[in-house]
Ligand binder design. Structure first.
Ligand code: APR
Ligand code: PHB
Length: 390
């Protein structure tokens, strides 16, 4: 089997890239290790930047997003008994964010691929990516127990943080920059209408908490917990009591309802450079991950896919490889900006296990500054609502 672009991994990066290639009549094959039901149910973040929504619209993949997505014009910060709303449109020249779960984006893209006959093979686990320094790379994979080979002109690793594509960049060339945080998130989905209009990011002496949502009926909530926490030790009652204490709601109560899912997520920052070697390109979590405070992961995956699709289309139409040659540098500039923002949000809002009272006062001074200064506020708003695509 031969194709122009072999896409390893059917998460948002791989599925959107395949969609954009399909619209340009460039043939590609997506190989996804898991089955379709698993990929469509996997719980992930749910905030889409303005430019992500624009990209999905351009890809013809935003019909349900436009009908069901919750448009948000700001976020709320809470700390030290205060709260402050940051208004995005007035600070960013009209940008907003959409709350629409990543898993729904994935469902929408898979439905489009099925409707247009783009080959997305589930239960196809890539074992090795070879020959990326040659004209004709090879992808070896197993599909439902059978060994298979796919040759291609280009191979794109969209296979996430635990993927294999990255290892095809020789060790002497590959550089990884990484930071592990000394805390995790307990993520909770609950059958209860959201108690707040906006997403609320709360700094508290008991640790960080985040109030988000999935729909007008379903809340999504997060609590900072120690690394290695067993979610079984968190009863529904303990979760609600702790959320209420951390959001410090002035005597108001959070609406409580049945918890339908809970899981512990570790926090990590990581970047692998370069994002291109020979005919191999890395996109999304395969090249970089961010801690979820600020919700940049999905948005970075989308911008990589857009930049790479544009470069492959240019190569097809003009024969020019300039955009492909610039791919890694173009993406990494945006990636490092998002890495810094995610790190900033994380370290400003969480309580480190070894944190001193001095460190806490610095965090509060930083949050006070955001509330007091339109410049500091605008810097947060611009990063959160998302910078324009490169
Ligand atoms: N062969 C085929 N597929 C693989 C392999 C492999 N060897 N290894 C991993 N995969 C698949 C995974 O099953 C997954 O479906 O690659 C896909 C990677 O998808 P994501 O992890 O969703 O990564 P990406 O598409 O880059 O999207 C980034 O996902 O992790 C979140 O917060 C992150 O929102 C961000 C987004
Ligand atoms: C979510 O809704 O899952 C979510 C929202 C904002 C974040 C992280 C996760 O920063």
């Amino acid at each position: 089997m031969h194709t122009t672009v072999a896409v390893v991994g059917g998460g948002p990066a791989g599925l959107l890239l395949a969609r954009l290639l399909r619209l340009a009549d460039i043939d590609c094959v997506v190989l996804e290790r898991r089955d379709r039901a698993y990929v469509e149910q996997r719980q992930r973040a749910g905030v889409l930047e303005q430019s992500t929504v624009d990209a999905l619209r351009e890809a013809g993949a935003a019909e349900r997003l436009d009908a069901e997505g919750l448009v948000h014009s700001g976020v709320e910060l809470r700390w030290d008994g205060r709260s402050h709303r940051i208004d995005f449109p007035s600070l960013t020249g009209g940008r907003r964010v959409w709350v629409y779960a990543q898993t729904e984006v994935v469902k929408d893209l898979i439905a489009l691929h099925r409707a247009t006959g783009t080959p997305v093979h589930f239960e196809a686990e890539v074992r090795a990516v070879e020959g990326v320094d040659t004209e004709r790379p090879t992808v070896r994979y197993t599909h439902r127990g059978q060994e298979r080979t796919l040759t291609c002109d280009y191979v794109v690793g969209c296979d996430g943080y635990h993927g294999v594509a990255r290892t095809a960049v020789p060790q002497g060339v590959r550089r990884t920059y990484e930071r592990v945080y000394p805390y995790s998130w307990l993520g909770v989905t609950a059958e209860v209408p959201p108690s707040c209009d906006e997403l609320v990011y709360a700094h508290s002496p008991r640790g960080f908490a985040l109030h988000s949502m999935r729909s007008p009926e379903v809340s999504r909530l997060y609590l900072q917990v120690p690394n290695g926490t067993d979610p079984a030790h968190w009863s529904d009652e303990r979760i609600w009591d702790e959320l209420e204490a951390r959001f410090a709601l002035d005597g108001r109560q959070l609406g409580r309802g049945p918890v339908t899912a809970k899981a512990v997520l570790p926090l990590r920052s990581s970047v692998t450079e370069p994002m291109r070697h020979g005919r191999l390109f890395l996109a999304g979590d395969a090249a970089h991950i961010v801690p979820p405070t600020g919700a940049k992961g999905l948005n970075l995956a989308v911008s990589d896919a857009v930049v790479l699709a544009r470069a492959l289309v240019r190569r097809r139409h003009t024969g020019e490889t300039d955009l492909l040659d610039a791919y890694s540098d173009t993406c990494l500039r945006r990636v490092w900006r998002a890495e810094h923002f995610s790190y900033f949000m994380t370290t400003t809002l969480h309580t480190d296990p070894g944190q001193s009272r001095f460190d806490t006062r610095l965090q509060i001074a930083q949050l006070d500054r955001i509330a007091a200064s339109p410049h500091a506020e605008a810097e947060l708003a611009l990063n959160y609502a998302g910078l324009p695509l490169p």
